[in-house]
Design a protein around this ligand. Structure first.
Ligand code: GAR
Length: 190
């Protein structure tokens, strides 16, 4: 039986899409479920395009019910992948998936992390501080935002005339290139 991934997303889902494409014909790993807290995220269209089931859930279901964990257990999900998912992971999921929840952050942690630091907020902060480089961090999740063990980082140069949008574009390219491979490597090493 293949190892099974569930992806959580809140946004357009370009990372989720890249991960689904990467594992589409993989011999040992498959994406078995997409989960989102947003009706208008990419979950539905990615699910339809790749033939993967998706689940949209409310804040109450996520924090105060066993709907999510039941679904994950029913599908025998091995690992949870956060791809632009913005809610803090509750303790019951951390306990059920110890060292098996990965997140991607669009900057070089430990800088530019923490609550409220997501998406363009991160790139604007990096730009305001006139950093000469930014990058991506793939890390395990724990009880705090962006604090778990770092598994992988990659950098991209920032030119003097780059805008926050330029930084965002370059960082997203790095994410699509490295997240699927890092997930594969980590999962096969467990
Ligand atoms: C990605 O850049 C991801 O790193 C970021 O949200 C974006 C989602 O894009 N995540 C965070 O900022 C988490 N703190 P996508 O929906 O196109 O994959």
């Amino acid at each position: 039986m293949k190892l099974k991934i569930a992806i959580f997303l809140s946004g357009s889902g370009s990372n989720a899409r890249a991960i689904c494409a990467y594992f589409q014909k993989h011999a040992e790993i498959e994406v078995a479920l997409l989960l989102s807290n947003k009706v208008n995220s990419g979950a539905q269209s990615i699910g339809n395009d790749f033939g993967i089931p998706y689940l949209i859930f409310s804040r109450d279901a996520f924090y105060n019910s066993d709907n999510i964990i039941s679904k994950l257990a029913q599908l025998k999900i091995d690992i949870l992948i956060l791809a632009g998912f913005l809610w803090l992971i509750p303790e019951y999921l951390l306990d059920a998936y110890p060292d098996r929840i990965l997140n991607i952050h669009p900057a070089l942690l430990p800088k530019y992390g923490g609550k409220g630091m997501h998406g363009m907020h991160v790139h604007e902060a990096v730009w305001k501080n006139k950093e000469s480089e930014s990058g991506i961090t793939i890390h395990l999740c724990n009880k705090e935002y962006d604090k778990g063990r770092i598994l992988f980082q990659a950098t991209t140069k920032i030119n003097a005339d780059d805008t926050p949008n330029d930084i965002a574009k370059n960082v997203l390219m790095l994410e699509h290139r490295h997240y699927p491979e890092t997930i594969e490597k980590y999962l096969l090493s467990l």
